[in-house]
Design a protein around this ligand. Structure first.
Ligand code: XIL
Length: 337
C-alpha cells in the first residue's frame, strides 16, 4: 500500500522523504517520489538553506525551493521548510561577516521572516484533535503544516552552545529572534528546532529540553522538535522512547525528520537485516509516543543519499537501493507501523 498509507493507517500524519532539485530529472526516481501513498510529505535537502535563498545580503532567490513547493502541491504532499538558521551552508557574507549584535539579529530576523513569509500558508487547515494538529483535508498542500527546521545544531554534543557566528555575536539571543520573526511571518507555520545526537537521553538532549523550557517560559513560539536520526547500523539508542516521552512531557510535538541508517561498505545480508530492524525500531518508537507526528527519511534511495559523500567508507543507508529496488529496510518500516 505504500509507506505513507501505512503510517496514516497507524494514526500518524505522514511518512515523508527528503528530495533534492538535481534528482528531479530522473523519472524512475520521481515516479516513486510523486506517489503520495508512498510519501505524504517532502523536505528539500538543500534548496531552502541560507546559501541557496539569500546568497548576498537582502537578495532572496526562491527558485529552487519553489520547485519543491510546487512538486509537493502537485502531489498533494505536506512540505517541510528546511531550514532558517544553522551553522552550515551559510553564504560567506554571513559565515565570515563582521557584525555587531544588533546587525546580526536584524539579519537573522530578516532572513527567517522573508523565507517563512515567502512560503506562508494560503490555506488555514489545522484543527486540534486529541492534542495533535491534524489536517481537515489531507490531500491538500498547506503551509499550515509547513515546519521550518529552525536552529539546526544550536548545540554541541556535550550540551554547550555551538560557537558559530550566531552564538559568537549574539549569544543565544538569535534563537528567540529567529523564532519570533518566523511566527510573525506565518502564524500557522509549525516552528521546530531540528537537531542530531538528541535522539537518546544524554547531555545534548537535556540541554535542548532546558532550552525549550526556557523558550516557553519566556513566551517564545516553539511548536516542535525534529530528531534527525542519522544512525549507524545497530546504533539506534536504546533510550529512544524514553527520550521522546521526555520531550512530549514538555508540551511540544515532534517528528523524526532525517532518518537514515548507514553501514560500512560493502553491504552484507547481516547488515541489511540489522538495518531492517533499526528502521523498524525507529518507526515503533514514533508510534509509541502520540506527540510524534510523522517520520521522514533523508532521501529514499542509496542512489542519492548524502551518506557516502559525508561519511567516506559508509553508505547503503536508505530503504531503496541504488537501482531503486526496495531493501529489507522497507519491510522493517512497514512492520514497524
Ligand atoms: C545535507 C544534504 O543532504 C547534502 O546534500 C548537503 O551537502 C549537506 O547537507 N543534517 C541536516 C541536513 O539537517 O540539512 C543535512 O543535509 C544532513 C545533516
Amino acid at each position: 500500500p505504500g509507506l505513507n498509507a501505512v503510517a496514516k493507517a497507524a494514526g500518524k500524519l505522514y511518512f515523508g522523504t527528503a528530495t533534492d532539485n538535481p534528482e528531479l530529472n530522473d523519472t524512475a526516481y520521481t515516479t516513486i517520489l510523486d506517489n503520495n501513498r508512498q510519501f505524504g510529505q517532502i523536505t528539500p535537502a538543500n534548496s531552502m538553506k541560507w546559501d541557496a535563498t539569500e546568497p548576498s545580503p537582502g537578495n532572496f532567490t526562491f527558485e529552487g525551493g519553489d520547485v519543491i513547493r510546487d512538486l509537493a502541491k502537485g502531489n498533494g504532499q505536506i512540505l517541510r521548510g528546511h531550514n532558517c538558521v544553522w551553522y552550515s551552508q551559510l553564504p560567506d557574507w554571513v559565515a565570515f561577516g563582521n557584525f555587531t549584535f544588533d546587525e546580526l539579529i536584524a539579519i537573522v530576523e530578516n532572513h527567517c521572516g522573508t523565507l517563512v513569509g515567502h512560503y506562508r500558508g494560503q490555506i488555514s487547515l489545522s484543527t486540534t484533535c486529541s492534542n495533535r494538529l491534524v489536517l481537515t483535508t489531507p490531500i491538500v498542500f498547506t503551509f499550515a503544516r509547513q515546519m521550518p527546521g529552525m536552529l539546526l545544531m544550536a548545540l554541541n554534543d556535550d550540551g554547550t552552545f555551538r560557537e558559530d557566528i550566531f552564538f559568537n555575536v549574539t549569544g543565544t539571543a538569535y534563537i528567540p529572534a529567529a523564532l519570533r520573526a518566523a511566527r510573525e511571518a506565518d502564524p500557522h507555520a509549525k516552528l521546530y528546532i531540528n537537531d542530531y545526537n538528541i535522539e537518546g537521553t544524554g547531555n545534548k538532549s537535556t540541554a535542548l529540553q532546558n532550552l525549550i523550557k526556557e523558550l516557553k517560559k519566556d513566551g517564545v513560539p516553539i511548536d516542535g522538535v525534529g530528531f534527525q536520526c542519522h544512525f549507524e547500523v545497530g546504533g539506534v539508542p536504546s533510550t529512544l522512547v524514553e527520550n521522546f516521552r521526555a520531550f512530549e512531557a514538555l508540551g511540544v510535538e515532534f517528528a523524526v525528520t532525517e532518518l537514515d541508517v548507514r553501514m560500512t561498505l560493502p553491504e552484507t545480508d547481516e547488515l541489511l537485516e540489522q538495518q531492517k530492524e533499526d528502521y523498524q525500531t525507529v518507526v515503533e518508537a514514533c508510534l509509541a509516543v502520540p506527540a510524534c507526528v510523522g517520520v521522514t527519511i533523508w532521501d529514499f534511495t542509496d542512489k542519492y543519499s548524502w551518506v557516502p559523500g559525508a561519511f567516506p567508507g559508509w553508505g547503503a543507508a536508505c530503504p531503496w537501493d541504488e537501482n531503486l529496488v526496495k531493501k529489507p529496510a522497507y519491510d522493517g518500516i512497514v512492520i514497524g507501523f
